[in-house]
Design a protein around this ligand. Structure first.
Ligand SMILES: [Zn+2]
Ligand SMILES: [Zn+2]
Length: 147
């Protein structure tokens, strides 16, 4: 297996390997991402579910996002590190947290969503392609098709 990148939680109980490079890397400033992050946003790394192998057990917390779609946030039950999310509206995709990737130097953010929820303590990166709310479906489709 050719590994695109790998990751691990803080305690090492959960690890993963992705066979593919990220389809997209983006920041999300929505309230749920802020509350689960420890700062003002999460950085999500999108890969195809079939390219990912996950080892160890994760605990999930489910909550509908602002869009109404059910988001399932998976984290290590031992150390609490967020590991990945899934979104009911995007079957087949996994959104890994950039914070647990073990080759962070390989990751470069391309876009930022929910800029209208950004806080003064964690301002929006203006160099990136930004969206006030969620990513428009046509932009998402283009990014996911790029790989
Ligand atoms: Zn852990
Ligand atoms: Zn979010």
């Amino acid at each position: 297996m050719t590994v695109g990148f790998s990751g691990s939680c803080l305690c090492g109980a959960v690890t993963f390997e992705s066979e593919m490079e990220p389809m997209a890397v983006g920041h999300c400033h929505c309230e749920d991402c802020r509350k689960s992050s420890g700062t003002g946003h999460c950085t999500h790394v999108a890969v195809r579910e079939d390219a990912l192998s996950l080892n160890g057990s994760v605990t999930a917390f489910e909550k509908p996002a602002d869009s109404g779609n059910l988001v399932s946030r998976h984290f290590c039950g031992t150390c609490g590190s967020p590991v990945y999310s899934t979104n009911a509206a995007r079957p087949g995709n996994i959104f890994l947290r950039a914070s647990v990737v073990d080759q962070p130097e390989k990751l470069e953010a391309q876009l930022v969503v929910w800029t209208k929820r950004a806080t003064a303590f964690d301002p929006v990166d203006k160099k990136l392609m930004g969206f006030e709310a969620e990513i428009p479906p046509e932009v998402m489709a283009e990014m996911m098709a790029a790989e």
